[in-house]
Design a protein around this ligand. Structure first.
Ligand SMILES: Nc1ncnc2c1ncn2[C@@H]1O[C@H](COP(=O)(O)OP(=O)(O)O)[C@@H](O)[C@H]1O
Ligand SMILES: [Mg+2]
Length: 486
């Protein structure tokens, strides 16, 4: 590390212009040699000296040397790897004073160290600068995104990690333009990927239930932003496709608005008189099942003498999905009556709290969808909110996002024009911890038909495989019907 110098543009450039400059100097030198030769010739002629003036050897040497240097510059440019390229771009932006000196360095202070390494989706740029104020080092996301040009023009900072000890900051850059357009398209139910612990949002973006710390999910976004479709395509269809396990696994879906979902069998909606008592019963059963499964897992742990996870003993995930969560809350009596002491909002919230905080170890997961992102802080109990390690916001705005994530987590996020299915999301599974943009899958088959078929087979048919085949067939038929009508 050396001292920073003001107005020293070339010093912070990549080697190419420096080598080129050296080549130019050599060419000038060749010109000078030629001039000296001509000058010497004319003098010897005038003075009638009998000496041979011939600098052609030196001249050809200098010219070939400069040609070699130019070739070297070109080779250096062509063969320079992406990591070094990016390093020079960022270093120049941070150090060359004509770019504004974002680290506010002063003459002679230690220059920043810029190290670039590859990640699986892009690059990590580590900026370490002892001389600069750490706040300046840690607010370079706009500067770095802005200086990416040419081949890297589509790259921008998507995440940032500060060293805990406050020594350096890692900026993660990715090709956001090609990422922006990536989306899984499922033409038929058979295209929907289904794995025991992983749910896929995109081919290369998944949430691993085996690794998520707080595995309840909160899915927010205004009306018709794609919440229900996303939950169907990413969570419900894949989990239903697996069929039930031998421990009474269950998928409970609640549609308080009696909308499209409620047309599917086994989906719970308020009774015509507005009562939601049966919904509370179903949630209570879900919680009892959770307790039972936990007991079974604990017994396994005891007999094996080591920690056993739900997926180790053949359990499949159980889901409690509450669509439009705020509407459900409103339907419960605020106070229990004497005849029905267990039927109240408090009971409902108590059950949710238990399921959200203790369900993960038994493979029982809560998914809440809500049109108001503010539920993330106000409408949801702190315990439930904290248990929601999976957070999704459809057609996001920064204002709504602030209810779901800390402002530091949102520093790198920029608002854009979004369509249905576009979301910001995070999960505390060690892979998706930082908030990022993702498009949820687009379905080209009737998702409600598929859901209805899978649900009825999930609950009636022991053979999940044949259930899936049958559902596939029906969806294929309904898709071709759609095509005909289109
Ligand atoms: N991932 C997606 N890609 C493309 N269009 C989508 C996607 N998700 C939803 N849509 C469209 O948006 C509409 C509303 O979606 P829906 O899931 O019902 O929204 P919400 O539950 O938020 O009200 C759907 O009918 C569909 O046409
Ligand atoms: Mg909906």
């Amino acid at each position: 590390m050396s001292g920073w110098r003001k107005d020293s543009y070339l010093r912070y450039c990549s080697p190419t212009p420096k080598i080129l400059l050296f080549g130019v100097v050599l060419l000038i030198l060749a010109g000078l040699v030629k001039l000296i030769e001509l000058f010497a010739l004319s003098i010897t002629k005038q003075l009638r000296f009998d000496v041979v003036v011939d600098f052609s050897n030196i001249l050809s040497l200098v010219i070939s040397l400069s040609a070699f240097v130019f070739l070297l510059a070109i080779l250096e440019r062509i063969l320079r790897g992406n990591k070094r390229n990016i390093m020079y771009i960022v270093r120049k932006r941070l150090c060359a004073s004509c770019y504004g000196n974002p680290l506010r360095l002063r003459e002679g202070e230690i220059e920043p160290l810029v190290i670039v390494s590859r990640t699986d989706k892009g690059y990590k740029i580590t900026v370490d600068c002892i001389s600069a104020n750490f706040d300046d080092v840690s607010s370079l996301e706009m500067v770095i995104s802005g200086c990416m040009r040419n081949k890297y023009g589509n790259y921008a900072v998507v995440a940032k990690e500060e060293d805990i000890a406050g020594r350096f900051v890692d900026y993660y850059i990715e090709d956001v333009v090609s990422n922006y357009n990536k989306q899984s398209v499922y033409k038929a139910l058979s295209d929907v990927p289904s794995y025991l612990t992983k749910v896929f949002i995109r081919k290369d973006v998944y949430i691993d239930y085996a690794r998520v710390l707080n595995s309840s999910a909160i899915v927010a976004g205004r009306s018709r932003s794609g919440k229900t479709t996303a939950i169907i395509s990413v969570f419900l269809l894949p989990i239903l496709k697996q069929g039930r396990d031998d421990y009474g696994s269950t998928v409970v879906i609640v549609d308080p608005k009696s909308a499209e979902l409620s047309l599917c069998p086994h989906v719970l909606s308020p009774a015509p008189d507005g009562s939601v008592e049966h919904i509370l019963e179903a949630i209570r059963d879900f919680n009892l099942l959770r307790v039972e499964r936990q007991k079974i897992i604990n017994d396994f742990c005891r007999s094996e003498g080591k920690a056993v996870k739900w997926f180790d003993i053949g359990m499949k995930p159980c889901i409690l999905f509450l669509d439009e969560f705020v509407s459900i809350q409103d339907m419960f009596p605020k106070k229990a009556s004497k005849e029905k002491p267990d039927y109240s909002l408090v009971d409902f919230q108590g059950l949710l709290r238990q399921i959200a905080t203790q369900g993960a170890s038994a493979g029982c997961f809560l998914i809440l969808s809500t049109a108001e992102a503010s539920v993330g802080t106000g409408g949801l109990e702190t315990a439930v909110n904290n248990a929601c390690g999976i957070r999704v916001l459809f057609k996001p705005s920064l204002e709504e996002a602030r209810y779901l994530w800390s402002s530091e987590a949102l520093e790198v996020m920029r608002e854009r024009q979004y369509s249905a299915g576009d979301a910001w999301f995070s999960a505390d599974d060690g892979i998706n911890n930082s908030v990022r943009f993702v498009k949820f899958p687009r379905l080209e088959f009737g998702e409600y038909v598929a859901l209805a078929d899978l649900l009825s087979m999930y609950y009636n048919d022991a053979d999940a495989h044949s259930a899936e085949c049958e559902a596939n067939e029906r969806c294929a038929v309904s898709a071709s019907d759609d095509e005909k009508t289109a």
